[in-house]
Every structure is written in C-alpha cells, then in structure tokens.
Design a protein around this ligand. Structure first.
Ligand SMILES: Cc1cc2nc3c(=O)[nH]c(=O)nc-3n(C[C@H](O)[C@H](O)[C@H](O)COP(=O)(O)OP(=O)(O)OC[C@H]3O[C@@H](n4cnc5c(N)ncnc54)[C@H](O)[C@@H]3O)c2cc1C
Length: 404
C-alpha cells in the first residue's frame, strides 16, 4: 500500500530554490507540496553561504540571518590585496536560519512541507509527460500526483534525470569546508586564496560569521583537477597556510561538503509540466560558484509562472517558457562572460595570479563587487573602461566583452 496525494504543484527539494518556488506558488493560491528528503530543512549544509546585501534586502531576508562583510582580501602565493568599503555589500549567511526562514515563508503562505520524503521516481502519462513523483517517506511508499513538477533537487537533478532529460553534470566544483571557532576572526573581512598551494583549479576561502566563527574551505574544479578538496583543506588548516595563520587556534565545529554545477547554462529548463530551477538548472555564477541568490530569485519566478499556468489549465512547455525567457534575459550573457574569465583563471600559474591581483587592486569596492558577481552590464563596463585607463584592466574587460 502507498500513500496517495493530489496537488496542483509538487516541488522536489527544500533548498532555497524549492522553498522560494513554493512561497510564490502558494501565494497565488494553488495547492503546493514541497518534498525534502532530509529530516529537516537545511539539516545538511552544503554551501559557504556568501551572498550580497542588495539581494538579501530584495528578498526580505531578516538581518539576523547574515554577517555583513565590507573588506575583501585576496591572496596569491606572493601578493595580497584588500579592497575596503565604507558600507558592507557582501554577507555570509547563517545558512540553516536563512533556508528555514525561506521554507517557513512558504509554509505560512499555505504550502505543505513533507520532510523525510525522498523522491525516487516519476509518474508519466500516456504521452510520456510527467504527472507526479514517487517517493519513500516515513510511512513507506508515497505517490504525489500533480499538474506541474518543479525540480529543485540541486546538483543531483533527481526529477529531470529520472525523466531522461539530462545526464550528470560533466564540469562542476567540489567544495569542502569546516565551520570553525577561532581565536582571532575579523568579522568584516573575507579572504579568497588563489594559486596552486590553495587549489589548482579553484580557490580557498575564509568567510567570517561573527562571534569568532568562520568557514574555512577549499573548492576544486572538476574534471580539471583531481585534488581532493577535503584532504587539501585539512593540510591547509594543519599547516596554517597563508591567512589561516592569522586565525590563531582553530576548533572545527562542523564539516560541510558539496558539489555545484559549472557547465554553463547548457540545460533546457522547461518541458511539458516540468520546470528546473537553481542548481538543477545550472544557475550558478561561475566566477566564485555562487548560486543562492539565483536559486531564490528564479525559484520565485518559477513558482509564479507555474501557478499561472496551472490556473490557466495549460501546463505544456510553451506555457512555461516565460520562466526560461525571464532567467535567460537576466543572466545568460553575464554568465557566459563570467565563464570566459573563469576559463582564463583556471589556467593561471602562481606568477600570473600574483599579477592578476595587481589588476584587481585597481578596482573600487563597487566595481569589484560588480565583477565578482558577474554583473557585466553595459553601463558598468563603460564606467570601468573610462575609470581604468590602465591596460591590464582594459584587457580583462575586453575579454569579458569578446564574443567567444
Ligand atoms: C562547497 C560549496 C560552496 C558554495 N558556496 C556558495 C556561496 O558562498 N554562495 C552562494 O551563493 N552559493 C554557493 N554555493 C552554491 C549554492 O549552494 C547553490 O547554488 C544553492 O544551494 C542552490 O540551491 P538549490 O535550492 O538549487 O539546491 P540545494 O541547496 O542543493 O537544495 C536541494 C535540496 O533538495 C533536496 N533533495 C535532493 N534530492 C532530493 C530527492 N530525491 N528527494 C527530495 N529532496 C531532495 C536536498 O536535500 C536539498 O535540500 C556553494 C556550493 C558548494 C558546493
């Protein structure tokens, strides 16, 4: 025997994308189920949680969910730069608190949240289109029928894989980090560490959380490097390499590990009765591999468009296409530009990184944030070219503007 449920919209995955989709869909009055396989929302943290205060404010995330950052320090093997600002523009999220706040918003608005509900198959109609999912829950087998399914299952892309629409991501980032208590943490300054000793294809980081807490991590690009990020992280902490030494005594509190797609925007994200959002859609900024703000923003768009489609009675690919149009318009060219910079960064030697930091040094805080956020809008590009007659900066930005 299995439990049978009937919903307008089923969302698989209670991460930021899924909760945000559930929130806007429920707000439009459709019947929504959000399915999460873990025991609680954000039981396992798989992210370092850096994002931008402007986005946090847009989303309405409360102030007690993040630690503000106003100094951005970079180091390469033989160079160091700090870009400082008078106001904080970046933030390190309390990931559990934020993700639970997002899920609670969905719940308050009327979405039903099922935890311990592991989705492991799809229901199809006679045309082969998705009409629900199979799952294993606390009481055994469960079947969820729905008009639309949103795949917000993250890197694993459970639903679209089960539909045969996609295969595993080929290019991705693997990251390991310890949340630690440390003797000396400057709560307003983050560190990004580049070069072979930190990560041969990626970077290491120190992201402060306030109260002498920080996340120290290593991200490695796959398949470019076969370095194990966990092993490298342990070595960096044990040997107190670079700015890790400044932290003094370190006590690890919690270990985090995760994978993030880095295949560009290669996937179609709408099919009949199905939408992909967040990491399952590959919506990540390749420069620093951040995707939380996209997951929330396009999760909200996906929920709204799914609800409108359900109300109109038309849930085919064409009716859901405005969702894909929306996010492509907003981020496709930016992500493509950022991929070019990332491809260049992946090939840099230690000496070249030392020089690259001299280029970064030229940027003002706002420009640096635009850059690292992959916010390569025409206006900011023109402003940059005018403010920075220096050839190195111009070269970097002409790379961004180049067609291929
Ligand atoms: C090491 C690392 C560091 C990162 N650092 C940052 C950062 O600093 N800033 C930033 O913006 N981004 C960062 N990211 C990326 C960011 O974490 C993701 O882009 C973001 O979490 C995507 O949200 P999502 O909701 O799409 O997926 P996820 O957050 O992965 O959520 C997916 C949810 O679906 C659930 N799920 C999966 N399969 C099933 C199933 N079969 N049935 C039911 N539920 C299921 C999971 O348990 C999970 O709760 C990092 C990623 C990694 C790996």
């Amino acid at each position: 025997m299995s439990e049978e449920y009937h919903y307008d919209l089923v969302i698989v995955g209670g991460g930021p994308a899924g909760s945000s989709a559930a929130f806007t869909a429920a707000k439009k009055g459709v019947k929504v189920a959000l399915l999460e396989k873990e025991n609680t929302i954000a039981e396992t943290v798989r992210t370092s949680g850096v994002t931008w205060i402007q986005n946090i404010k847009e989303f309405g995330i409360p102030d007690d969910c993040f630690n503000p950052i106003k100094n951005f320090s970079f180091c390469s093997p033989n160079n160091e730069v700090t870009i400082s600002d008078s106001i904080p523009r970046a933030a390190v999220l309390d990931v559990r608190k934020t993700y639970r706040w997002l899920a609670n918003e969905a719940k308050q608005t009327g979405a039903d949240i099922f935890v311990k509900m592991n989705v492991n198959g799809v229901l199809k109609n006679e045309k082969g289109d998705i009409v629900g999912v199979n799952a294993t829950g606390p009481n055994g087998r469960a079947v969820f029928h729905s008009k639309i399914v949103i795949d917000a299952s993250g890197f694993t892309s459970t639903v679209c894989k089960a539909m045969g629409h996609v295969t595993q991501w080929k290019r991705f980032g693997a990251g390991a980090e310890y949340e630690v208590k440390a003797e000396h943490v400057d709560s307003e300054t983050w560190w990004l560490m580049v070069g072979q000793k930190y990560s041969p294809a990626g970077y290491a980081w120190i992201f402060p959380l306030g109260n002498n807490m920080a996340r120290i991590g290593v991200g490695v690009g796959k398949p470019e490097s076969n370095v194990d990020p966990t092993q490298r992280l342990k070595e960096l902490i044990e040997n107190k390499v670079g700015p890790i030494r400044k932290l003094g005594e370190i006590t690890p509190i919690e270990f985090h590990y995760g994978l993030i797609p880095n295949d560009g925007l290669s996937r179609k994200t709408v099919f009949n009765n199905l939408i992909l959002v967040g990491d399952s859609a590959g919506q990540a900024n390749p420069l620093v591999l951040e995707g939380i703000r996209y997951a929330i923003k396009f999760g909200r768009v996906a929920g709204k468009i799914a609800a409108d489609a359900i109300k109109s009675g038309k849930t085919d690919r064409d009716s859901l296409y405005p969702y894909e149009e929306n996010w492509r318009k907003e981020i496709e060219t930016k992500i493509n530009s950022a991929s070019k910079v990332q491809n260049r960064w992946i090939g840099l030697t230690d000496e070249e990184w030392d020089k690259e930091l001299d280029t970064i040094k030229e940027l003002k805080s706002e420009e640096f944030i635009d850059f690292i956020k992959a916010d390569f809008g025409l206006a900011s590009m023109i402003k940059l070219a005018t403010h920075h007659p220096k050839l190195v900066v111009r070269q970097l930005f002409s790379l961004v503007k180049r067609k291929n």
